[in-house]
Design a protein around this ligand. Structure first.
Ligand code: FAD
Length: 444
């Protein structure tokens, strides 16, 4: 805390924001972490996670396989985290592609992001579409096309390979609670169910916050870790913007949003990989869009989530915010569509795992509206900005023109979203404030 007296005002009743989970009939449905970068004790980020107490002694699970992709012909691509094993497996699947497979696994082995965002090899310059077009084997082409973005794929596989993309036992709500505990231990105060309505500004200087219950709290600095749009355009009514901010919020794209369907299943799936991507023989229609593949995530590896001998299974399906925003105007239609989608997913799941058929005890569907409702996430976007060739997002302001003593942190203040960004932008803000106050930045 670096000697600062700190209050957090959080509109929800629990910590974590998007990093959350919810309980249904004894099952815990995790709504966030699939992999957390910084779980390897050797990585610098690990040290930063420890500063905020994120792991607090929790075990970290490192999977041997990132994902298993199953084609409709029964073929399987197993994405081993060990590159030698992966190379051998892919070469066996397609001997004609040995050279390309070698290039791919080498790009993963040697992955590092250069200053200009590239990692210096040929694969850092081309798209996944281009890479798969060079392959001979149709199954490998189809399986790798599951990943739209080659750079993201390389980065993820590299992080898995060096055991730096693990799962902290207890999952998302576990690390949120650990960080909360650390903050309280250090003397911080948190008020839940407390929404900030206004930022008190005097002579162009942030001086505190006004809450929806009318109470005002004074402060030397105000830091908004809330959603960027909510902060700039709702709380501050768009009064502190310049052309850069206006352009960003008008033209830049946000990461696609999605829905999550979660199942509590009275069947033990512990012998099934934690991530399976199924290519479907018969496509399904979900939220108005035809889907040719469905991802099935199985949480049996963490007993904290599943009752003994049972399983938690989820899927994330990309969807359009506008579709759900429109539908949510009619509660009946909105609920009916959620039911519909849950039934479709259960059917896909039961077809793949016939022994678990009829054993779904509880299900839950979260939509982009759910993310907006609980955290205020703009357009349900939970990874912030997405850089595109049409509108590259290279940097994002974390202060606003015309306002002193005010900072923003979190995924909307950096071109890339995710939990590490929430962590590092918050730390960076505290360093800036300490520097402005002439204080040495120290962490306990
Ligand atoms: C399905 C899913 C999967 C994901 N998978 C991963 C993953 O595998 N790895 C990873 O690193 N990241 C993942 N993420 C992304 C990650 O959760 C987010 O990028 C990160 O949580 C963003 O943190 P944040 O603090 O910037 O924003 P948020 O988590 O949105 O926090 C903002 C907080 O501000 C509060 N708030 C908003 N407005 C107000 C107000 N007016 N007054 C008071 N409080 C307010 C909100 O309630 C919320 O608690 C995933 C997210 C989702 C939803």
């Amino acid at each position: 805390m670096n000697g600062y007296d700190t209050d957090i005002f959080e509109r929800h009743s629990i910590p974590g924001g998007l990093c959350t989970a919810w309980k249904r009939k004894g099952y815990v449905f995790d709504g966030c972490i699939h992999f957390l970068i910084g779980t390897n004790p050797e990585s610098r980020l690990h040290h930063l996670w420890n500063e905020v107490g994120a792991f607090n002694g929790s075990d970290i699970i490192d999977h041997d396989v990132y994902m298993q992709i199953e084609g409709d012909s029964g073929k399987k691509l197993i994405l081993y985290c060990d590159m030698d094993k992966l190379e051998k497996h892919m070469a066996e699947l397609s001997p004609a592609d040995v050279k390309a497979v070698r290039e791919l696994t080498d790009a993963i082995r040697n992955f590092s992001i250069g200053r200009d965002g590239s990692n210096g090899n040929r694969l850092s310059q081309i798209s996944m579409k281009e890479f798969v077009s060079e392959l001979h084997d149709p199954f490998l082409q189809e399986a790798l096309s599951t990943f739209g973005n080659l750079q993201f794929f390389l980065m993820t596989m590299y992080s898995y390979g060096r055991k730096d993309a693990g799962w902290p036992v207890g999952g998302s709500i576990g690390i949120a609670r650990n960080i909360e505990e650390r903050f309280l231990e250090l003397g911080g105060r948190i008020r839940y169910k407390t929404k900030v309505e206004e930022i008190v500004i005097e002579n162009g200087c942030a001086r505190g916050v006004k809450l929806t219950d009318g109470a005002t709290h004074n402060a030397d600095y105000v830091i908004s870790a809330a959603d960027g749009y909510e902060t700039i355009y709702n709380i501050l009514q768009g009064k502190y913007v310049d052309q850069e901010i206006t352009d960003l919020y008008t033209h830049a794209q946000t990461y696609p949003t999605s829905m999550q369907i979660s199942l509590g299943v009275d069947y033990d799936l512990s012998d099934v990989p934690h991530d399976v991507f199924l290519k479907l023989k018969k496509p399904v229609r979900i939220a108005g869009v035809e889907k040719r593949g469905i991802w099935i995530k199985n949480y049996c590896f963490d007993n904290a989530l599943c009752p003994e001998g049972k399983s938690v299974v989820t899927t994330i399906i990309t969807t359009e915010y506008e579709y759900w925003n429109k539908l949510s105007q009619d509660k009946g239609l909105y609920q009916a569509e959620k039911e519909n989608i849950a039934r479709t997913f259960i059917e896909v799941f039961e077809n793949r795992f016939p022994k678990a058929a009829g054993k779904v005890e509880v299900y839950d569907v979260a939509t982009p509206m759910t993310y907006s409702r609980y955290t205020g996430a703009w357009r349900g976007a939970y990874m912030g900005w997405m850089s595109t060739p049409q509108w590259p997002v290279m940097s994002v302001p974390s202060t606003l023109p015309g306002m002193e003593a005010f900072y923003m942190t979190g995924q909307w203040t950096n071109p890339r979203g995710g939990l590490p960004i929430a962590l590092t932008t918050a730390r960076g803000t505290l360093m800036r404030i300490s520097e402005a106050d002439g204080r040495k930045f120290e962490t306990v």
